[in-house]
Design a protein around this ligand. Structure first.
Ligand SMILES: Nc1ncnc2c1ncn2[C@@H]1O[C@H](COP(=O)(O)OP(=O)(O)OP(=O)(O)O)[C@@H](O)[C@H]1O
Ligand SMILES: [Mg+2]
Length: 228
C-alpha cells in the first residue's frame, strides 16, 4: 500500500547538512503489522512523517496504492491523509477547548450529516469504553483515556493504515497494554495495516515484520529486537 523507494531526508541548519535518512526502501503491505525500532535520533519519526505524507523527502519516491505521491500537491495530500491514513502520536494532541465528542467529529468527512457523525462517533467511543465521557472536556481525561480518544479520532474515516509514533510512550504499563490491545483489535476488525514506532522491545517484538533503523538506513528485518 505504501511503497518507499530510495528515500533520503536531509535537514539543513546553521551548522550544515544533517543526513537523517539515507536510501530507505520499505513497503507497507495491506493489513500488515510492522514495528520499527532504533536509537533515539535515528530518524524513525522522520520516516513515519514522510509515510504519513506530512514531510516532503529530500529525494526518493513514495507510492500510495501504486500512485506516485506528489508532495507539491497539497490538496491531494490532504485527501489521502484524511481518508486513508490514521495518525497516532505519543501525546494524544486533542483540542483542549472541545469536548471528547467534538474532538472525534472534527476530522470526519464533511459529506456526512451531523446525525450520522454523532452516532458513528458515539459508537466508536463506546467500543473503547469511553462513550460515558463524550460530553466531557478533554482536559478532564487521564493520559490513557485521552490516548483512547486519539485512537478513535484516527479511525473515523476508516483509514487503510494506522501510523503510530510511540503510541504508548507516555503511558504506564497498564494503560500501555490497553492501548496496544486496542490497536491490535482495531487492525483485526478494520483490516487496516498497522505501523508502530516504539522503544519498547516487548511491543516491537509483537510485529509481524520488525524493522531496525540505524544510521539512516534499514539495518534489517529482525526475528526479534535483542540487538537494538
Ligand atoms: N524539522 C527538523 N529540522 C531539523 N532537524 C530535524 C527536524 N526533524 C528532525 N530533525 C533531526 O533529525 C534527527 C532524527 O529525528 P527523529 O525525530 O526522526 O528521530 P527519532 O528516531 O524519532 O528519535 P526519538 O526516538 O528520540 O523519537 C534528529 O537529529 C533531529 O534533530
Ligand atoms: Mg521520534
Amino acid at each position: 500500500m505504501i511503497r518507499i523507494m530510495d528515500l533520503h531526508k536531509t535537514f539543513v541548519d546553521g551548522e550544515g547538512e544533517n543526513r537523517i535518512l539515507q536510501g530507505i526502501n520499505l513497503t507497507i503491505h495491506d493489513h500488515e503489522f510492522t514495528t520499527i525500532m532504533g536509537p533515539s535520533g535515528c530518524g524513525k519519526s522522520t520516516l513515519l512523517n514522510i509515510a504519513a505524507l506530512l514531510t516532503e523527502p529530500t529525494s526518493g519516491s513514495v507510492y500510495f496504492d501504486d500512485q506516485l505521491v506528489n508532495f507539491k500537491k497539497e490538496k491531494s495530500l490532504e485527501q489521502l491523509r484524511r481518508n486513508k491514513i490514521g495518525l497516532i502520536f505519543q501525546n494524544a494532541n486533542l483540542i483542549n477547548c472541545l469536548t471528547v465528542l467534538e474532538n472525534v467529529i472534527l476530522p470526519m468527512n464533511s459529506g456526512l450529516s451531523n446525525k450520522v457523525k454523532k452516532s458513528t462517533a458515539l459508537e466508536l467511543l463506546d467500543m473503547v469504553g469511553i462513550s460515558n465521557k463524550s460530553k466531557n472536556n478533554v482536559k478532564s481525561l487521564s493520559g490513557g483515556e485521552a490516548q483512547r480518544v486519539a485512537i478513535v479520532r484516527a479511525l473515523v474515516n476508516n483509514p487503510k493504515v494506522l501510523l503510530c509514533d510511540e503510541p504508548t510512550g507516555a503511558l504506564d504499563s497498564d494503560n500501555s497494554s490497553k492501548v496496544m490491545e486496542l490497536l491490535l483489535e482495531t487492525r483485526k476488525r478494520t483490516q487496516c495495516a498497522l505501523v508502530i514506532v516504539t522503544h519498547d522491545k516487548e511491543i516491537g517484538n509483537l510485529g509481524e515484520r520488525k524493522i531496525v533503523l540505524r544510521g539512516g538506513e534499514i539495518l534489517g528485518v529482525e526475528n526479534d529486537f535483542q540487538a537494538v
